[in-house]
Ligand binder design. Structure first.
Ligand SMILES: NC(=O)c1ccc[n+]([C@@H]2O[C@H](COP(=O)([O-])OP(=O)(O)OC[C@H]3O[C@@H](n4cnc5c(N)ncnc54)[C@H](OP(=O)(O)O)[C@@H]3O)[C@@H](O)[C@H]2O)c1
Length: 192
């Protein structure tokens, strides 16, 4: 998004699936870089957590999902950018509400891999849909990002985002993940 020109003074950035591992880090990093961050979440009991990470506006999953009759080609231009971990109906929403020149970093699909869109936001608002891949990402670029994540982009609230568990904790943790009860990132310490 930075390479594509996103700057804090252009307007708010929406992070979707915000209490997840990717979302939590994105909220924290963007906020400490001076962005106004909005966070969408399905967890009504985690609004305080997201505000602690730096979100100043919280939306529900439903607020940012579009299907059926609500799929007009354009809605009010609201977001200077987005980090989308959800995809599906949420990406359908983002394509219509990204503001002029907005950059949507699409990295996830927890809400589905299909989305509904038209060429209109690209042609009339010059929006950009940026594909994110951390698997085959070239090593040189990866090292640049890691270096920044260890310095100017280092999340200030990692201790709140990450929780260390042991192998013995895994069955319960996996069940909790599947029930949508985990926030942030679980780190498995094999030797603990
Ligand atoms: N492209 C890449 O290189 C890359 C790298 C890492 C991860 N990913 C992808 O990014 C996504 C997020 O990864 P993660 O590690 O952050 O996962 P995660 O920790 O499991 O978080 C996912 C979050 O998505 C939200 N969510 C869950 N089910 C949902 C649903 N049915 N509809 C809408 N939102 C839902 C929840 O947040 P709320 O409760 O706050 O809504 C959940 O905490 C995954 O699809 C993963 O595969 C891609």
């Amino acid at each position: 998004m930075e390479r594509n020109g996103t700057r804090p003074d252009q307007g708010p950035i929406l992070v979707t699936g915000a209490t997840g591992g990717v979302g939590s880090v994105a909220v924290n990093v963007l906020a400490q870089q001076g962005y106004t961050v909005a966070a969408s979440t399905g967890k009504a009991d985690q609004h305080d957590y997201l505000r602690q990470l730096g979100a100043s506006q919280i939306l529900s999953r439903e607020d940012v999902s579009l299907t059926g009759e609500r799929l007009r080609p354009l809605l009010k231009g609201t977001w200077a950018g987005a980090v989308d971990t959800v995809g599906g109906a949420t990406l359908s929403y983002l394509l219509r509400t990204a503001d002029y020149g907005g950059n949507i970093a699409l990295c996830g699909l927890v809400g589905g891999h299909d989305f509904a869109g038209t060429v209109i936001p690209f042609l009339l608002r010059g929006i950009n849909l940026l594909g994110i891949d951390s698997v085959a990402c070239p090593m040189a670029y990866r090292q640049t990002i890691w270096q920044r994540l260890a310095t100017d982009l280092k999340p200030s609230h990692l201790d709140q985002i990450a929780q260390v568990i042991t192998l013995r904790d895994l069955p319960g943790a996996i069940a909790a993940i599947l029930q949508g009860q985990i926030k942030g990132r679980l780190l498995v310490a094999p030797q603990a």
